[in-house]
Structures are given as C-alpha cells and as structure tokens.
Design a binder for this molecule. Sequence first.
Ligand code: ZN
Length: 137
Amino acid sequence: MQKIEHVGIAVKELSVSVPLFEKLLNTKCYKTETVDSEQVNTAFFALGENKIELLEANSEASVINKFISKKGEGLHHIAFEVEDIEAEIKRLKDEGFTLLNEKPKQGADNKMVCFLHPKETNGVLIELVMERKVRTE
Ligand code: ZN
C-alpha cells in the first residue's frame, strides 16, 4: 500500500456538513458525486496529497444510512492508495483478510475500489483505491 488517499466521514446531510468542513478546513469542496453502487452522495476536499470524503446516504438501504443509525455520524473508513488493486486483493486474501467485494468496483473520484471487512482490522473499514487508467485508443 502507498499513502492514505482519503478519509471517509459519514454525515447525515451534505448541505450542512459541506459548509461546516469548508469552514473547518478553510478550503472549498472541489467535487460532489453520486455513487450509485453504494447509494451515496459524496463531497471531496483536497488537503495537499490527501482528501476528505464526506458521505451522505441517498436511500434508505444505503450502507451509510445503516452506519449512522448504528454508530451516528463520524469516521467511516480510511482509504489507501494501491498501485495494482488485483494484486493487493490477492495478497490480502492470502493473509487471511475478508474482502467485502472480491472484484474491484467503480467508486467515487474515478477510482476502482475494494473494501475489507472491519472485523479483522480492529473495527476500521479499510478501502483500497486505484486510479482508473483512462484508455486512450
Ligand atoms: Zn472512500
């Protein structure tokens, strides 16, 4: 794994939390994006090399909705950048970790992503992210 790519924070309302984080970080949200596969709306802030991702549920069935009703708003996941997500998934499986999705899937911010089950990572949801290579032909 390489650097921490972003930290994900579950919030009830982006309309409240985006202005709050703009004030806190003294920087503007540079992007909002809906991720249909996760049923979330996301908002991103850049801090040097790292990012903060705010996540809001956009449906009752969203994992963020479940998370907030169980634990309340707050730290949701830490995302690590990897160079080769398939290789990293294989390495982690061989090490005995459980992956929530065995095949990388489309995440926010033009990334391929994969999540690790928090039961084996001290309760912290871990996301692997790999920049999607844009085909040029
Ligand atoms: Zn994330």
